[in-house]
Ligand binder design. Structure first.
Ligand SMILES: Cc1cc2nc3c(=O)[nH]c(=O)nc-3n(C[C@H](O)[C@H](O)[C@H](O)COP(=O)(O)OP(=O)(O)OC[C@H]3O[C@@H](n4cnc5c(N)ncnc54)[C@H](O)[C@@H]3O)c2cc1C
Length: 374
């Protein structure tokens, strides 16, 4: 079978789905190709945190826009998406981290983020059961939020199909060539042609781009997560402990607590297996912060990828190959950035205008500065 489209999107994670949704709203004839099922990559494995606390004005503004889009989704996508504003609480246990927080708050306040620097006593007012031993300060934005990825992806899919978009699921792109147009061969032999391709294959994007001779600075690494059984809700915000042996977790509206930590050293490559050390480590790290968690029982543990770049910011841009767009390298914040990135990318792919400052995400940047809240 051979079919022709205006755009082929590779990857059914939040980035590909959001971009496809906004492209379909602009009447673009599109196909979305997914290796497995929608959400099977990092998006379905993430813990759903959404925050405005970033360290550059451009990222904060983009997140504010994403935030608005998340808050409208229930109505727009016609289903509950578990959007809930429980806030984000970042913890600093070193003077260096306090300085980083202070600098960030200055930038965030200029962008009208509702954020404050808290003393350990004030932190305890936000999460009374928190152990503040060694804590120097916290930053807190009560407006930050959480949402559930799967209904959002389902909602996008329904809307894309209603607008005529087509899906090729459980059917990975195996070869990618450019002659006059792009030619994509799928695992079942289907041939797709299009003048424009969006590569939004998350951790797999780097390998696919190599087929067109592009060597992108994308480095997947394993991140594990765990969820507990339901317990009565007793704290609201995502608690983020920035110590090297820290962790981050929040309590869902269902009462379950969902948690992760960033391993030091990191675990490079795409791994969907779990490690022996994760469960005892995360249990110890969570209980050190909230001793009351000693009775919470773990239900399930899984892993997924953060796709890193040298500066911790994504690559969202047209590549040096005309009509070949890249959106990957989302680190630990692709879910929250997804709706706004998808919206602006669709605009850029259809009329060449970003409509927002995307220079931090340019493919030709120097990758030297660092997003300090990863
Ligand atoms: C444990 C964990 C917790 C996280 N927590 C958060 C959080 O709280 N907040 C947040 O914002 N972010 C979080 N993240 C990060 C977030 O999940 C990612 O940044 C985001 O999901 C990336 O989306 P994506 O669409 O780029 O990639 P993905 O979701 O990985 O989607 C890429 C898709 O491409 C498909 N694909 C690959 N190869 C091919 C091929 N050859 N042909 C067709 N399709 C292909 C894959 O199957 C996959 O479905 C977390 C990540 C992990 C692992």
């Amino acid at each position: 079978m051979r079919k022709t489209y205006d755009v082929v999107v590779i990857g059914g994670g939040i980035i590909g789905m959001a971009a496809a949704y906004y492209l379909s709203q602009a009447n673009v004839k599109l196909a979305l190709v997914e290796r497995k099922y929608i959400g099977s990559g990092s998006t379905g494995r993430c813990i759903g945190g959404i925050r405005q606390q970033f360290s550059t004005a451009a990222s904060i503004r983009l997140m504010q826009e994403s935030f608005k889009l998340f808050s409208q989704m229930e109505e727009e996508l016609n289903r509950p998406v578990e959007f809930h504003q429980g806030g984000y609480l970042f913890l600093a246990h070193t003077a260096k981290m306090v300085d980083v927080f202070k600098k960030n708050i200055e930038i965030q306040k200029k962008e009208n983020v509702n954020v404050s620097l808290l003393s350990p006593e004030e932190v305890k007012d936000v999460v009374p059961s928190l152990n503040t031993d060694g804590l120097l300060a916290g930053t807190y934005c009560p407006d930050d939020a959480q949402a559930f990825p799967f209904p959002i992806l389902d909602g996008y899919k329904e809307k894309i199909e209603q607008s005529g978009g087509e899906f090729y699921l459980a059917n990975p792109v195996t070869t990618l060539k450019k002659e006059n147009h792009f030619r994509l061969t799928l695992a079942d032999g289907t041939l797709l042609e299009a003048p424009k391709v969006l590569l939004s294959a998350g951790p797999w994007a780097g390998e696919l781009a190599k087929q067109l001779g592009l060597d992108l600075p994308l480095y997947p690494e394993r991140h594990e997560a765990v969820i507990t059984e339901r317990i009565p809700k007793f704290f609201e915000p995502m608690v983020v402990d920035y110590r090297p042996d820290g962790c981050y977790f929040h309590q869902l509206i269902s009462g379950q607590i969902i948690a992760c930590y960033t391993p030091v050293p990191n675990v490079p490559g795409i791994h969907e297996d779990v490690s022996f050390e994760f469960l005892p480590q995360i249990a110890w790290r969570m209980r050190r912060l909230i001793p009351d968690l000693k009775n919470a029982a773990f239900l399930r543990n899984w892993s997924g990828s953060y796709t890193m770049t040298p500066d911790g910011n994504p690559i969202v841009d047209e590549s040096s190959i005309d009509g070949f767009y890249i959106a990957s390298g989302m680190s630990g914040h692709g879910f929250m950035f997804g709706p706004a990135i998808g919206k602006h990318l669709a605009q850029f792919m259809t009329n060449g205008e970003w409509g927002a400052d995307f220079s931090e995400f340019s493919i030709t940047r120097e990758f030297k500065s660092k997003e300090n809240l990863k």
